[in-house]
Design a protein around this ligand. Structure first.
Ligand SMILES: Cc1cc2nc3c(=O)[nH]c(=O)nc-3n(C[C@H](O)[C@H](O)[C@H](O)COP(=O)(O)OP(=O)(O)OC[C@H]3O[C@@H](n4cnc5c(N)ncnc54)[C@H](O)[C@@H]3O)c2cc1C
Length: 329
């Protein structure tokens, strides 16, 4: 039997159970899990090693020589392989075939000092993970060691979708993130921040990931375009990639996501300049929404230029059986 995917929460539930005194409405998704990403990466490494996979950490790939047999060069050695899978997130824009289909922006996050007394007051000892309905989505959660971790997408944009070193280091919008979370949870107003970070996001035109073969290479494949939501979907994309690499015609290789990146972003400098205007407009629209004010014509027009999320017709119906497997009972 399937659980109800969404449970409507009353304003008193939001206030009394979750400390969300500034929230107008909310839904609970009881089947959602919170994941500690470092533990996930270490767990996947352990499972891969148990399966006999050899893992080469700290081995930067410097060149991929394409052909009937691929050669992957690193600083310390070269690997030959029958097939290569490019699963590099925003760094995949180094490949010209992928670059036009992805825009690279930053997701930023910060974590507070330890505040167990505030968490106890809010009743957050068992979660939950919370996200709001802004266009520039905001999320936050309690950590097991008594802190609050908060994050937001739609940060810095990369010219030419080049990652280089522009996404290393601390978050730029820490104050904004804390202020926005405090609108919903006033107890977190002005809270001390212990550290912050950011990373690049591979925003695809439709906001959906894609898994495909490179257009002119029989044995080169890619999976990317998670648009900042890749932790769960990367498992499904990995299954699709496995089927594509092994040339299996099965429920995964026939899924709607098993297709090339759809849509292209404009060429530079329009992509960068236009993207900055659209991001600024989305931010302004969110702020006006929160102040219960309407955005002007120009802001609304710019917001309408943001490539959408899931558009009708972008995901086929054929793969429903495989998708069902990922809906928890
Ligand atoms: C601050 C932040 C918060 C996020 N929060 C969430 C969230 O709450 N939920 C969610 O679902 N997603 C979130 N994401 C997005 C999520 O991290 C990604 O969608 C997901 O990690 C994508 O998985 P991936 O395997 O495609 O890429 P990654 O996990 O990014 O792995 C790509 C790897 O390729 C490596 N690499 C790059 N170039 C080279 C090279 N030349 N040689 C060798 N290796 C290379 C990189 O070092 C990296 O380890 C967040 C991202 C950030 C930055």
């Amino acid at each position: 039997m399937h659980c109800a995917p969404f449970i409507e929460l009353s304003r008193s539930d939001l206030r009394d159970k979750y400390g969300l005194r500034g929230a107008l409405a909310g839904v609970l998704q009881p089947t959602v899990a919170l994941i500690q990403p470092a533990k996930l990466a270490r767990g996947m490494r352990r499972v891969a090693l148990d399966c006999g996979v050899r893992v080469f950490e700290n081995s930067k790939v410097t060149q991929v020589c394409r052909g009937p047999e691929c050669r992957v060069r690193t600083q310390d050695g070269t690997l030959t392989a029958a097939s290569v899978v490019v699963a590099l997130n925003a760094w995949a824009t180094i490949f010209p075939e992928i670059r036009r289909g992805l825009a690279v922006t930053a997701a930023e996050a910060c974590v507070t000092a330890r505040v167990p007394e505030i968490l106890a007051k809010l009743g957050w000892s068992q979660g939950p993970g919370i996200t709001d309905s802004r266009r520039m989505i905001l999320n936050w959660r309690a950590t097991p060691d008594g802190r609050v971790e908060m994050g937001k997408g739609g940060g810095r944009l990369a010219f030419g979708s080049r990652v280089a070193g522009r996404f290393d280091g601390g978050a730029i919008r820490v104050r904004q993130i804390v202020e926005e979370v405090a609108l919903a949870v006033p107890d977190l107003k002005g809270i001390d921040i212990a550290t912050s970070w950011m990373g690049p996001i591979d925003k695809s035109f439709h906001g959906l990931p894609a898994a495909s073969r490179f257009p002119n290479d029989e044995n080169m494949f890619y999976g990317c375009g998670f648009s900042g939501n890749g932790v769960g979907p990367s498992k499904l994309i990995a299954k699709i990639l496995a089927s594509l690499v092994l040339r299996r015609a099965d429920e995964y290789s026939s899924l709607g996501l098993a297709q090339p990146l759809q849509g292209t972003f404009p060429r530079e400098p329009v992509r960068y300049l236009g993207g900055r205007c659209v991001l600024a407009a989305m931010n302004r629209h969110d702020q006006l929404d929160h102040a219960n004010q309407s955005a002007g014509v120009l802001t609304r027009w710019l917001v309408s230029k943001m490539p959408g999320s899931i558009l009708p017709g972008t995901v086929g119906d054929d793969g429903n059986a495989a998708l069902q497997e990922h809906i928890p009972e």
